[in-house]
Design a protein around this ligand. Structure first.
Ligand SMILES: Nc1ncnc2c1ncn2[C@@H]1O[C@H](COP(=O)(O)OP(=O)(O)OP(=O)(O)O)[C@@H](O)[C@H]1O
Ligand SMILES: [Mg+2]
Length: 294
Protein backbone atom coordinates (compact mmCIF):
# COMPACT_ATOMS: atom_id res chain seq x y z
CA UNK A 1 0.00 0.00 0.00
CA UNK A 2 1.24 3.43 -0.96
CA UNK A 3 1.39 5.78 2.03
CA UNK A 4 3.16 8.79 0.55
CA UNK A 5 2.99 9.92 -3.05
CA UNK A 6 4.82 12.94 -4.42
CA UNK A 7 4.27 14.13 -7.99
CA UNK A 8 6.51 16.67 -9.68
CA UNK A 9 6.70 18.72 -6.49
CA UNK A 10 8.26 22.17 -6.40
CA UNK A 11 8.68 24.92 -3.83
CA UNK A 12 9.86 28.45 -4.41
CA UNK A 13 10.07 30.56 -1.24
CA UNK A 14 8.67 34.11 -1.30
CA UNK A 15 12.18 35.56 -1.59
CA UNK A 16 12.64 33.63 -4.86
CA UNK A 17 14.76 30.70 -3.61
CA UNK A 18 13.91 27.55 -5.54
CA UNK A 19 14.17 24.97 -2.77
CA UNK A 20 12.58 22.04 -4.64
CA UNK A 21 11.96 21.27 -8.29
CA UNK A 22 10.36 18.32 -10.09
CA UNK A 23 10.61 15.80 -7.24
CA UNK A 24 8.54 12.59 -7.54
CA UNK A 25 8.57 9.41 -5.48
CA UNK A 26 6.36 7.18 -3.39
CA UNK A 27 6.74 5.41 -0.04
CA UNK A 28 5.11 2.08 0.72
CA UNK A 29 3.57 1.11 4.06
CA UNK A 30 6.11 -0.17 6.57
CA UNK A 31 9.05 1.40 4.78
CA UNK A 32 11.83 3.58 6.17
CA UNK A 33 12.57 6.18 3.52
CA UNK A 34 15.73 8.26 4.00
CA UNK A 35 16.11 11.70 2.56
CA UNK A 36 19.73 12.71 2.06
CA UNK A 37 21.40 15.78 0.67
CA UNK A 38 23.87 18.50 1.48
CA UNK A 39 22.98 21.50 3.66
CA UNK A 40 20.36 23.58 1.87
CA UNK A 41 19.47 20.78 -0.58
CA UNK A 42 15.74 21.00 0.25
CA UNK A 43 15.23 18.14 2.73
CA UNK A 44 13.45 20.11 5.46
CA UNK A 45 11.34 21.86 2.84
CA UNK A 46 10.14 18.52 1.46
CA UNK A 47 9.52 17.03 4.89
CA UNK A 48 7.53 20.06 6.03
CA UNK A 49 5.36 19.96 2.89
CA UNK A 50 4.49 16.32 3.59
CA UNK A 51 3.85 17.09 7.26
CA UNK A 52 1.35 19.77 6.09
CA UNK A 53 3.37 22.60 7.66
CA UNK A 54 4.34 24.26 4.40
CA UNK A 55 2.56 24.59 1.04
CA UNK A 56 4.17 23.48 -2.20
CA UNK A 57 4.27 25.93 -5.11
CA UNK A 58 3.71 23.34 -7.85
CA UNK A 59 3.02 19.62 -8.06
CA UNK A 60 1.02 17.40 -5.75
CA UNK A 61 1.65 15.36 -2.63
CA UNK A 62 -0.53 12.81 -0.86
CA UNK A 63 -0.20 11.25 2.59
CA UNK A 64 -2.45 8.26 3.31
CA UNK A 65 -4.34 9.17 0.15
CA UNK A 66 -5.12 12.74 1.26
CA UNK A 67 -3.88 15.75 -0.67
CA UNK A 68 -1.60 17.92 1.51
CA UNK A 69 -3.11 21.10 0.03
CA UNK A 70 -6.77 20.10 -0.19
CA UNK A 71 -7.11 18.07 2.98
CA UNK A 72 -4.35 18.65 5.55
CA UNK A 73 -6.78 18.14 8.45
CA UNK A 74 -7.38 14.55 7.36
CA UNK A 75 -3.63 13.89 7.51
CA UNK A 76 -2.66 15.50 10.82
CA UNK A 77 -4.23 13.03 13.29
CA UNK A 78 -2.26 10.18 11.67
CA UNK A 79 1.22 11.67 11.60
CA UNK A 80 3.89 12.80 14.05
CA UNK A 81 6.82 15.08 13.35
CA UNK A 82 10.27 15.53 14.89
CA UNK A 83 11.27 18.94 13.54
CA UNK A 84 14.87 19.94 12.92
CA UNK A 85 16.28 21.72 15.99
CA UNK A 86 13.11 21.35 18.06
CA UNK A 87 13.23 22.46 21.70
CA UNK A 88 11.17 21.14 24.60
CA UNK A 89 9.31 23.49 26.94
CA UNK A 90 12.09 24.25 29.38
CA UNK A 91 9.87 24.47 32.49
CA UNK A 92 8.15 21.10 32.05
CA UNK A 93 9.57 17.75 33.15
CA UNK A 94 10.14 15.03 30.54
CA UNK A 95 7.39 12.97 32.17
CA UNK A 96 4.83 15.76 31.87
CA UNK A 97 5.82 16.50 28.27
CA UNK A 98 5.14 12.96 27.20
CA UNK A 99 2.10 12.33 29.38
CA UNK A 100 0.34 15.53 28.26
CA UNK A 101 1.15 14.80 24.65
CA UNK A 102 -0.52 11.41 25.02
CA UNK A 103 -3.57 12.96 26.64
CA UNK A 104 -3.86 15.59 23.90
CA UNK A 105 -3.86 12.75 21.40
CA UNK A 106 -6.94 11.35 23.09
CA UNK A 107 -5.54 8.53 25.26
CA UNK A 108 -7.12 7.66 28.59
CA UNK A 109 -5.13 8.61 31.70
CA UNK A 110 -4.21 5.00 32.52
CA UNK A 111 -3.15 4.30 28.95
CA UNK A 112 -1.20 7.55 28.78
CA UNK A 113 0.69 6.68 31.98
CA UNK A 114 1.58 3.23 30.72
CA UNK A 115 2.76 4.42 27.30
CA UNK A 116 4.75 7.26 28.85
CA UNK A 117 6.57 4.85 31.14
CA UNK A 118 7.33 2.48 28.24
CA UNK A 119 8.68 5.05 25.84
CA UNK A 120 10.76 6.75 28.56
CA UNK A 121 12.26 3.41 29.51
CA UNK A 122 13.07 2.56 25.91
CA UNK A 123 14.83 5.87 25.34
CA UNK A 124 16.73 5.97 28.65
CA UNK A 125 14.69 8.90 29.92
CA UNK A 126 12.97 7.34 32.92
CA UNK A 127 15.67 8.24 35.44
CA UNK A 128 15.42 11.87 34.29
CA UNK A 129 11.61 11.99 34.41
CA UNK A 130 11.24 14.66 37.09
CA UNK A 131 14.00 17.07 36.12
CA UNK A 132 13.18 20.29 34.29
CA UNK A 133 13.76 20.04 30.56
CA UNK A 134 16.09 23.03 30.94
CA UNK A 135 18.38 20.88 33.13
CA UNK A 136 18.71 18.06 30.59
CA UNK A 137 21.77 17.66 28.38
CA UNK A 138 21.36 18.39 24.66
CA UNK A 139 21.18 14.72 23.74
CA UNK A 140 18.58 13.99 26.41
CA UNK A 141 16.46 16.89 25.15
CA UNK A 142 16.63 15.42 21.67
CA UNK A 143 15.55 12.03 23.04
CA UNK A 144 12.61 13.75 24.70
CA UNK A 145 11.53 15.29 21.39
CA UNK A 146 11.73 11.87 19.75
CA UNK A 147 9.82 10.27 22.64
CA UNK A 148 6.97 12.73 22.11
CA UNK A 149 6.67 11.71 18.47
CA UNK A 150 6.93 7.99 19.18
CA UNK A 151 4.44 7.94 22.02
CA UNK A 152 1.70 9.10 19.66
CA UNK A 153 2.03 5.76 17.84
CA UNK A 154 1.53 7.49 14.48
CA UNK A 155 0.85 5.76 11.18
CA UNK A 156 3.36 8.01 9.47
CA UNK A 157 6.38 9.52 11.17
CA UNK A 158 8.47 12.40 9.80
CA UNK A 159 11.84 12.91 11.47
CA UNK A 160 14.22 15.73 10.51
CA UNK A 161 17.76 14.80 11.63
CA UNK A 162 16.39 12.95 14.67
CA UNK A 163 19.64 11.53 16.05
CA UNK A 164 21.70 14.70 15.93
CA UNK A 165 23.66 15.04 19.16
CA UNK A 166 22.83 11.56 20.45
CA UNK A 167 25.57 9.28 21.79
CA UNK A 168 26.12 5.97 19.97
CA UNK A 169 23.87 4.03 22.35
CA UNK A 170 21.12 6.63 22.11
CA UNK A 171 21.27 6.46 18.31
CA UNK A 172 20.99 2.69 18.40
CA UNK A 173 17.99 2.73 20.68
CA UNK A 174 16.29 5.18 18.31
CA UNK A 175 17.11 2.96 15.31
CA UNK A 176 15.73 -0.02 17.16
CA UNK A 177 12.51 1.79 18.03
CA UNK A 178 12.02 3.00 14.45
CA UNK A 179 12.40 -0.55 13.15
CA UNK A 180 9.92 -1.78 15.77
CA UNK A 181 7.42 0.84 14.62
CA UNK A 182 7.68 -0.18 10.98
CA UNK A 183 7.27 -3.81 11.96
CA UNK A 184 3.97 -2.79 13.50
CA UNK A 185 3.00 -1.12 10.21
CA UNK A 186 4.16 2.48 10.61
CA UNK A 187 5.83 4.27 7.71
CA UNK A 188 8.81 6.55 8.29
CA UNK A 189 10.47 9.36 6.38
CA UNK A 190 13.66 10.67 7.94
CA UNK A 191 16.47 12.98 6.98
CA UNK A 192 19.99 12.48 8.18
CA UNK A 193 23.57 13.51 7.51
CA UNK A 194 24.81 10.28 9.09
CA UNK A 195 25.25 7.94 6.17
CA UNK A 196 25.88 4.93 8.40
CA UNK A 197 22.42 5.60 9.82
CA UNK A 198 20.87 5.69 6.33
CA UNK A 199 22.76 2.54 5.44
CA UNK A 200 21.43 0.76 8.54
CA UNK A 201 17.84 1.92 8.20
CA UNK A 202 16.84 2.87 4.68
CA UNK A 203 14.64 0.63 2.58
CA UNK A 204 14.81 3.39 -0.01
CA UNK A 205 16.79 6.57 -0.41
CA UNK A 206 16.19 9.89 -2.07
CA UNK A 207 19.24 12.04 -2.52
CA UNK A 208 18.32 15.62 -3.34
CA UNK A 209 20.81 18.09 -4.68
CA UNK A 210 19.88 21.76 -5.07
CA UNK A 211 16.22 20.82 -4.84
CA UNK A 212 16.35 18.18 -7.57
CA UNK A 213 16.43 14.39 -7.47
CA UNK A 214 20.02 13.20 -7.70
CA UNK A 215 19.24 9.58 -6.84
CA UNK A 216 16.19 7.48 -5.99
CA UNK A 217 16.47 3.81 -5.08
CA UNK A 218 17.95 1.36 -2.59
CA UNK A 219 21.27 1.69 -0.78
CA UNK A 220 22.63 -1.19 -2.84
CA UNK A 221 21.55 0.51 -6.07
CA UNK A 222 23.22 3.76 -4.96
CA UNK A 223 26.49 1.91 -4.56
CA UNK A 224 25.99 -0.08 -7.75
CA UNK A 225 25.02 2.92 -9.92
CA UNK A 226 28.08 4.86 -8.91
CA UNK A 227 30.36 1.86 -9.46
CA UNK A 228 31.50 2.04 -5.85
CA UNK A 229 32.17 -1.66 -5.45
CA UNK A 230 34.15 -3.60 -2.93
CA UNK A 231 37.67 -2.43 -2.20
CA UNK A 232 40.46 -4.98 -1.94
CA UNK A 233 43.64 -3.88 -0.23
CA UNK A 234 46.83 -5.76 -1.02
CA UNK A 235 49.61 -5.03 1.47
CA UNK A 236 53.20 -4.71 0.20
CA UNK A 237 55.33 -7.88 0.34
CA UNK A 238 57.04 -8.58 3.67
CA UNK A 239 60.37 -6.76 3.89
CA UNK A 240 59.11 -3.90 1.74
CA UNK A 241 57.35 -2.01 4.52
CA UNK A 242 57.72 1.42 2.94
CA UNK A 243 55.74 0.65 -0.25
CA UNK A 244 52.08 1.79 -0.15
CA UNK A 245 49.39 -0.90 -0.27
CA UNK A 246 47.56 -1.46 -3.55
CA UNK A 247 43.87 -0.52 -3.42
CA UNK A 248 41.88 -2.39 -6.07
CA UNK A 249 38.21 -2.32 -7.10
CA UNK A 250 37.42 -5.71 -8.64
CA UNK A 251 34.32 -5.81 -10.86
CA UNK A 252 33.73 -9.58 -10.94
CA UNK A 253 34.22 -12.74 -8.90
CA UNK A 254 37.01 -13.76 -11.34
CA UNK A 255 38.89 -10.55 -10.64
CA UNK A 256 38.51 -11.08 -6.87
CA UNK A 257 39.87 -14.62 -7.26
CA UNK A 258 42.82 -13.42 -9.33
CA UNK A 259 43.75 -10.84 -6.71
CA UNK A 260 43.55 -13.39 -3.89
CA UNK A 261 45.66 -15.89 -5.84
CA UNK A 262 48.28 -13.26 -6.57
CA UNK A 263 48.31 -12.29 -2.86
CA UNK A 264 48.90 -15.92 -1.87
CA UNK A 265 51.61 -16.38 -4.50
CA UNK A 266 53.44 -13.22 -3.52
CA UNK A 267 52.82 -13.83 0.21
CA UNK A 268 51.02 -10.49 0.60
CA UNK A 269 48.19 -9.85 3.02
CA UNK A 270 44.83 -9.23 1.30
CA UNK A 271 41.93 -7.53 3.09
CA UNK A 272 38.42 -6.68 1.90
CA UNK A 273 36.61 -3.47 2.62
CA UNK A 274 32.95 -3.12 1.62
CA UNK A 275 32.07 0.13 -0.10
CA UNK A 276 30.20 2.59 2.10
CA UNK A 277 27.16 4.65 1.23
CA UNK A 278 29.27 7.70 2.04
CA UNK A 279 31.50 6.99 -0.96
CA UNK A 280 28.44 6.62 -3.21
CA UNK A 281 26.92 9.83 -1.80
CA UNK A 282 30.08 11.79 -2.51
CA UNK A 283 30.14 10.49 -6.07
CA UNK A 284 26.48 11.39 -6.56
CA UNK A 285 26.60 14.95 -5.19
CA UNK A 286 30.35 15.36 -5.62
CA UNK A 287 30.05 17.62 -8.65
CA UNK A 288 28.57 20.41 -6.62
CA UNK A 289 31.21 19.99 -3.89
CA UNK A 290 33.97 20.54 -6.45
CA UNK A 291 32.16 23.60 -7.82
CA UNK A 292 32.02 25.02 -4.31
CA UNK A 293 35.72 24.38 -3.74
CA UNK A 294 36.84 26.30 -6.84
N1 LIG B 1 11.62 30.06 5.17
C1 LIG B 1 12.45 30.16 4.14
N2 LIG B 1 12.48 31.26 3.37
C2 LIG B 1 13.32 31.39 2.31
N3 LIG B 1 14.21 30.44 1.94
C3 LIG B 1 14.24 29.30 2.69
C4 LIG B 1 13.39 29.10 3.82
N4 LIG B 1 13.65 27.90 4.35
C5 LIG B 1 14.63 27.35 3.58
N5 LIG B 1 14.98 28.19 2.59
C6 LIG B 1 15.98 27.92 1.54
O1 LIG B 1 15.56 26.79 0.80
C7 LIG B 1 16.66 25.96 0.50
C8 LIG B 1 16.44 24.57 1.09
O2 LIG B 1 16.42 24.65 2.52
P1 LIG B 1 16.11 23.42 3.45
O3 LIG B 1 16.00 23.93 4.83
O4 LIG B 1 14.97 22.67 2.89
O5 LIG B 1 17.46 22.55 3.28
P2 LIG B 1 17.96 21.24 4.04
O6 LIG B 1 18.26 20.24 2.98
O7 LIG B 1 16.99 20.85 5.08
O8 LIG B 1 19.33 21.71 4.69
P3 LIG B 1 20.05 21.26 6.09
O9 LIG B 1 20.78 19.98 5.81
O10 LIG B 1 21.01 22.38 6.31
O11 LIG B 1 19.00 21.16 7.13
C9 LIG B 1 17.90 26.66 1.05
O12 LIG B 1 18.45 27.40 0.00
C10 LIG B 1 17.32 27.58 2.10
O13 LIG B 1 18.13 28.72 2.26
MG1 LIG C 1 17.09 20.70 7.12
Amino acid sequence: MEVVRVEDLGKTYPGGTKALEGVSFSIQKGEIFCLLGRNGAGKTTLLRILATQLKPTVGRAFVLGHDVLQDPKAIRPHIAVVPQEARPQMLLSPYDHILYFCLIRGRSRAEARERTRKVMDDLGLWEHRDKLASDLSGGLRQRLIIAMALVADPEVLFLDEPTIGLDPLGRRSVWHMLRELTRKGATILLTTHYLDEAEMLADDLLIVDKGRTAFLGTVEAAKGDTGVGMRVIVEPPAGNGTAPPEVLEPRSAEEVLAIVERGLREKRKVTFKPASLEEAFIKIVGGSIEVEAT
